[in-house]
Design a protein around this ligand. Structure first.
Ligand code: 0X9
Ligand code: ZN
Length: 425
């Protein structure tokens, strides 16, 4: 029995319930109301009206809407502007508190499979490490934990490698990244649920057996560990890594603008270190990106190549295909990718009716340069490279702060989509 579990038994079930630490330097969003403002393609005029407001940008702007948090003292003035809005969070601070009150993971007996209660709440980075170690230990013949390097602050960027009857490393790669954006907590949970099923359903489900025997899986749930930890200690809405830059007091580079491909193209990233989409000083100059590039090259070169790459994000409910850097560019196999994405969206909708939109990233969402999917398509030669933006849509409530009760449904619907994709592609 793990030490933590032993302590839990001694102290009783409530003893280990932890809340996100209430640190003095923690950013408070108590009373902030989050709105989606329709812009009708005229964001500039809406932004002009918001000039006197201490708005917190809640997400990157799209062509159709701005998602912003309004401080409690300015809500009534904001509402009197009469903008076309939907409320995403009535009280962002209250929703963060609900989401952040999670039980510490208690570990399992040696070689036991962790229970599905893992998906009842969110967890700390250390618990994610422990969870993957425990899952792997239950399937030692067909899986292995690997580390591709360390983050800026020295945390391990880890993953699990899973294989089937052909033996380790004998098949094309299926390659997943979660939590490149620190605040997108649901992504780690969803890739963990997929991992859990790939491992536990091999003997029960012929589809799982077939896909496990056809591919080698490389699944990394938290590729931006420093940012993820920072969202739990300081600022729930943090997006980037935690690397400082000379000449700026602002911290952090967007690791999904730093990939060394189309990095120089303008319009899909920022050169301002204070911006949410800061691309870095040079292509591939973050420690996290360097580790990910080296590992991606290893997968590309190892003989069977990369069949599928998915970069898991939230929110918006999109399946985004190549490319981000140019709205006219299409992958050579674009027609096939579209057919698959359409069928995957249909499978995702089956359990709960959740609707995902699909299409090329730039024309469907916005331009992104130096993004992972473009790199995987053209440099790492992945046959399929997608970004999946998980629940919610944004309209009708919620954003990055997805209630814990939606973790399992989000995971279940993605597993349906993935089972179909993996068996069909
Ligand atoms: O902006 C991003 O990096 C992603 N959206 S998010 O709201 N999660 O930040 C979208 C990236 C899409 N890029 C490509 N598919 N190329
Ligand atoms: Zn993201």
């Amino acid at each position: 029995m793990k030490l933590l579990a032993a302590v839990a038994v001694l102290l009783g079930p409530l003893a280990l319930a932890t809340a996100v630490p209430q640190l003095e330097h923690r950013v408070s969003y108590d009373g902030y109301r989050v709105y989606r403002i329709a812009t009708h393609h005229n964001a500039a005029s809406v932004k002009a009206q918001l000039k006197g407001f201490a708005t917190v940008p809640f997400n990157l702007d799209t062509d159709e809407h701005l998602d912003v948090a309004i401080p409690p003292g300015q809500i009534s003035a904001f509402e009197s502007l009469g903008l076309e809005t939907e409320v995403m969070h009535e009280d962002l601070g209250a929703d963060i508190a609900e989401e952040g009150s999670f039980a510490a993971y208690r570990g399992v007996e040696a070689q036991a499979v962790p229970s599905l209660t893992w998906f009842d709440s969110y967890h700390s980075y250390n618990d994610h490490v422990q969870y993957f170690n425990d899952l792997q230990a239950a399937f030692p013949q067909n899986s292995e934990i690997f580390t591709i390097g360390n983050s800026y602050q020295g945390r391990s960027i880890f993953g699990i490698h899973i294989w089937g009857s052909g033996g380790k490393g004998s098949k094309p790669a299926v390659y997943f990244h979660g939590t490149v954006h620190a605040r997108e907590w649901i992504t780690a949970k969803v890739v963990e649920y997929i991992t859990y099923n790939l491992l536990t359903q091999y003997d029960n489900d012929t589809t799982v057996r077939a896909v496990r025997d056809s591919y080698d899986f490389y699944i990394l749930p938290v590729v931006n560990p420093d940012g993820f930890v920072y969202t739990q200690t300081n600022d729930r809405l943090w997006r980037k890594n935690r690397q400082p830059r000379s000449g700026s007091s602002c911290v952090g580079t967007d690791n999904n603008r730093n990939w060394p491909y189309m990095w120089n193209v303008s319009g899909g990233a920022s050169t301002n270190p204070c911006a949410e989409t800061y691309k870095g000083q040079a292509a591939g100059d973050t420690p996290e990106n360097q580790a990910l590039v080296a590992f991606s090259q290893k997968l590309r070169n190892q003989g069977n190549g990369i069949r599928l790459y998915i970069d898991w994000h939230s929110y918006g409910q999109y399946i985004l295909l190549p490319y981000g850097y140019n709205c006219q560019a299409r992958a050579a196999n674009h027609a096939r990718q579209t057919t698959l994405a359409s069928a995957v969206a249909a499978r995702i909708a089956q359990p709960y009716g959740t609707r995902f939109t699909y299409g090329p990233s730039c024309s469907t969402l916005y331009a992104t340069t130096g993004s992972s999917v473009d790199y995987m398509t053209d440099v790492a030669n992945a046959t399929y490279a997608w970004t999946i933006e998980l629940r919610p849509t944004g309209s009708g409530g919620g954003g990055f702060v997805l209630p814990p009760a939606q973790i399992l449904p989000s995971a279940v619907e993605q597993w349906e989509g993935m089972k179909y994709l993996l068996a069909t592609m």
